[in-house]
Design a protein around this ligand. Sequence first.
Ligand SMILES: Cc1cc2nc3c(=O)[nH]c(=O)nc-3n(C[C@H](O)[C@H](O)[C@H](O)COP(=O)(O)OP(=O)(O)OC[C@H]3O[C@@H](n4cnc5c(N)ncnc54)[C@H](O)[C@@H]3O)c2cc1C
Length: 403
Amino acid sequence: MSKPRALIVGMGIGGLATAMRLHEIGWEPVLVERAPGRRPAGYFIGLFETGRATAERMGVLNAIGNRTDPAAVTYDIDRAGSRRPSMGYGDLPGEPHLMLRGDVEAALYDRVVDKTEIRYGTSPVAIDEHSDGADVTLRTTLGENTTETTERFELVVGADGLRSTVRRLVFGPDSEYLRPFHHIIGAAPLKEPVPGFRHNDGLVLAESGRSAWVFPFRDHHPTVLFNYRTDDEDGQFRRPPIESLRRAFGPEPAGLVMESLLTQFEEADDYLFDSVHQVEMPTWHTDRVVLLGDSAWCLTLYSGMGVSSGLSGADFLGTTLQRNPDNLPRALREYDQRLRPFIANQQHLGRTEGLTMFVPQSRRDIALRGLIQKLTSNPVGKRAMKTLVAGKFKAKSIDIAAP
Ligand SMILES: Cc1cc2nc3c(=O)[nH]c(=O)nc-3n(C[C@H](O)[C@H](O)[C@H](O)COP(=O)(O)OP(=O)(O)OC[C@H]3O[C@@H](n4cnc5c(N)ncnc54)[C@H](O)[C@@H]3O)c2cc1C
């Protein structure tokens, strides 16, 4: 009997994990990626237990690795040059493993590449669902050449990120589903040391409505993350990213550290500059099409769970497809029902505590941050604080995809 074919749109972490899982349960995945090739290492991420449990089940946890530096110290700093030891991302309850997005991508890619057909430069332009399959028109542009084919698949998985084409073609325009945060982020690797700090020092410069974070690693140069609030998101993209960042972090003098971070962002070969949105949908599937990862629920970086939920989503999708070999609609319904309460909770945390942890929204948040810094400036205080806030992080350790 021939294997059921699934089209997976998007070769991010969600798409790669889905390809791996579907292959495991006897499907034939076809992976299409709009970009002409793989994406480089990229920005900092923290992998919580939810994602680690799936990665372990899928046999990729070791390959993903862990770049947490046990000797790293994180400082709260200000522009005038003061520094106070504080809590770093790796000190959070649940002990996220710190790494680069590319670490997870590479581990999955290595497991998928010889088992899956991958087509670069390819994007769906039409999806037509029938009771016995989905006919998808795929457009491939490589160099000057553009070709189109229409092929039938049993299942289409939209893992094509925040501004998903599959979502637009099947469920409707972005405006119906994107919930803007009115925040912009900029992220880049730091190849030069930050003046006055060691290569494995973490930094947080938090002001009302804006912040800069430096995330250190054991065996890789650190990355910087800028965040700022704005009422004019579109305006931020009408000029080069560095100009928008300089305006957002002005007019006060940058100071030595901020100036180094901004200059390094400007000179980086590989950077990310984007607005922040969650995706909210009443359903993530039809009878033949299902969304996964950022295209379905984008939790944003403020939840710290985008990678974990993408991995778990792919894992559980495989489980429910395996359980319902002759009933695709039921499989997709089960997938939606199991993940929805978990995702809703993570979205809520991302909009509330998650956002204010990364970007203080008011003077009150700044004062609270100062207080937390004082309480956690020594190991005993750090442990006490971790216990105090552990409840808020408990859900990040749930193995939501457990069979
Ligand atoms: C700065 C930053 C920090 C973060 N920190 C964390 C963290 O600490 N912990 C965590 O778990 N998560 C974190 N996240 C979130 C996490 O990175 C994402 O949620 C996750 O990588 C999303 O994966 P995805 O596969 O769903 O989407 P994406 O990574 O967006 O992949 C989508 C893919 O689809 C492709 N594509 C798009 N359109 C098409 C099309 N029409 N046809 C074909 N292909 C298409 C894209 O090129 C891309 O390769 C962070 C995100 C950012 C930006």
